[in-house]
Design a protein around this ligand. Structure first.
Ligand SMILES: Nc1ncnc2c1ncn2[C@@H]1O[C@H](COP(=O)(O)OP(=O)(O)OP(=O)(O)O)[C@@H](O)[C@H]1O
Length: 476
């Protein structure tokens, strides 16, 4: 405000000044570039050096342009808003790191009427140590974000069967020892869940839990991802080097999922981590001490892989110090009802809608199904059923129980060749019996008055007919 109580703008303050005595022009000689904005963050002045730095031609008029249109990552609007300066900050301008300072511009009454930003250094060589530290911290932060926190404890493992109770006892004992653990079990049996549980119950629970799935990594990336890369060793973005999962897990637990997929060339390096607690980053000739506990998991028979020369015997023996076997779900089907209510609860919470109940036939089907995908498959089928169920209860069809079985087909109501009529009648009766028994083949066979073996034979024929029908349809 001026002496008459009127507001003073930045333009008012600057107007009437001869251009060579313009206060900003005087300031620009002190730095390597400067830019000023008004209270609306529109550019009111820019020094020729700044213009050059951001590649703006001399004849392009920037006055009145919102600063973020020219510098999308600028922090000047924050300074205008807060009225507080930021002294010495690092900013990337067109791919080049610069040291900048931003100050609010205030009228004589202290009201913010704009801001000015100065670039002090574009040549960061003199600031090497500071810049290195900044880059290192930034990278560490990004890598920390990649670390999956261990979210589950042993109490999250659901099941009342003796098998599960014994598994939990074994896991609690393993948690107290700092040795390598090898989890063996089919896909979806809960190996990662158990690994997290062991970590949580161990003295390392305050440290990181870092997981990596060897099957999901292309062979060319395994070394840098797992053991890190020295500065300059890794082409691409990591000019400054990067930590591997082994280093990131230091003080905590490293979970190596699908260990059988680890390339043979990398197995020797892992062995060194296990034996010597040392790691050598890609492109480095320096050994680094690491303090990790390794939990590995596999659904394959490692011993056979060793015999076939596909897995190093010495690594196998190192990993196999404390093997823990996870039983497939079909061997502990008494856990299925509890698992179902646990999973339906999760689905209900996530979807924020009440989950339907399971009908009796659906429950029977769930208990008798062989579960090749184990608990993961159970979860997926229940999720699907919650979407598919039309009534208040989940029926076997909602769980996909008949997806690979013959569906009930309408019988022809006109004369047809006897051979086809018999075939359709067989298929119709089999489908009805399976639906009635919730997919239980023994009970269905009983209902149909045939042996289980005959039912399998007939089912096989049905499948052949269905695929022949499908091919026929595709051909036309
Ligand atoms: N006993 C259990 N109680 C509760 N949830 C379970 C149990 N076992 C497995 N799950 C759940 O089933 C899913 C699959 O488990 P997990 O990923 O641990 O299996 P996995 O054996 O590591 O599978 P893969 O070998 O395919 O990596 C997860 O959602 C997990 O939480």
């Amino acid at each position: 405000m001026n002496a008459f109580g009127q507001s003073v703008s930045l333009e008012d303050l600057l107007s009437g000044q001869p251009i060579d005595q313009h206060p900003f022009e005087l300031l620009s000689g002190l730095c390597e570039g400067a830019i000023a904005v008004d209270a609306n963050c529109r550019i009111i002045w820019i020094s020729p050096q700044y213009r050059e730095l951001i590649n703006i031609p001399k004849d392009q008029d920037l006055i009145g342009t919102p600063i973020d249109k020219v510098l999308p990552t600028t922090q000047i609007p924050r300074v205008v808003k807060s009225g507080k300066p930021t002294f010495v900050d690092l900013m990337q301008i067109h791919g080049r790191w610069c040291v900048v300072t931003r100050m609010p511009l205030k009228d004589p009454n202290g009201k913010v009427i704009g801001a000015i930003g100065f670039i002090f250094y574009t040549d960061l060589e003199s600031l090497g140590p500071l810049f290195d530290k900044f880059a290192r911290l930034k990278r560490q932060l990004e890598q920390q974000k990649l670390i999956r926190p261990s979210r589950y404890g042993l109490d999250d493992i659901v099941g009342q069967s003796d098998i599960i109770q014994q598994l939990k006892r074994q896991a609690r004992r393993a948690a107290q020892l700092d040795t390598t653990v090898l989890l063996l079990g089919e896909t979806g049996t809960g190996k990662e869940l158990l690994a997290q549980g062991i970590h949580q119950a161990s003295p390392r629970s305050g440290g990181p839990f870092v997981g990596i799935n060897m099957a999901a990594l292309p062979e060319s990336l395994v070394e840098a991802e797992l053991f890190g890369a020295a500065p300059g060793a890794y082409t691409g973005l990591d000019k400054c080097g990067r930590k591997g999962k082994v280093q990131l897990a230091s003080g905590g637990t490293l979970f190596l999922d699908e260990i059988a997929e680890m390339p043979l060339s990398m197995q020797a390096k892992l062995l060194r981590v296990l034996q010597e607690r040392e790691v050598e980053a890609l492109g480095s000739n320096r050994l680094e001490q690491v303090d990790v506990r390794v939990i590995a998991a596999t659904s394959q028979d490692l011993k056979t892989l060793v015999d076939d020369g596909k897995f190093r015997a010495d690594l196998y023996y190192r990993l196999n110090v404390l093997p823990i076997k996870l039983a497939p779900l079909r061997e502990r089907n008494e856990d299925i009802p509890l698992l179902c209510s646990h999973i339906l609860n999760i689905i209900q919470q996530q979807a924020q809608i009440p989950a339907p109940e399971l009908s009796e036939t659906a429950s029977n089907w769930l208990i008798n199904y062989p579960w090749p995908g184990n608990v993961r498959e159970l979860h997926n089928r229940l999720e699907r059923a919650c979407v598919m169920a039309e009534g208040s209860a989940i029926e076997p069809g909602d769980l996909g129980a008949y997806d690979d079985l013959p569906s009930i087909i309408p019988l022809p109501n006109a004369p047809t060749e006897l051979i086809n009529a018999r075939r359709d009648a067989d298929r119709h009766s089999i489908a009805m019996a399976l639906e009635k028994t919730g997919g239980n083949k023994s009970k269905a066979a009983k209902l149909l008055g045939i042996s289980r073996a005959t039912l399998y034979e007939r089912l096989k024929k049905c499948q052949e007919i269905i695929s022949a029908d499908n091919n026929h349809t595709k051909m036309y």
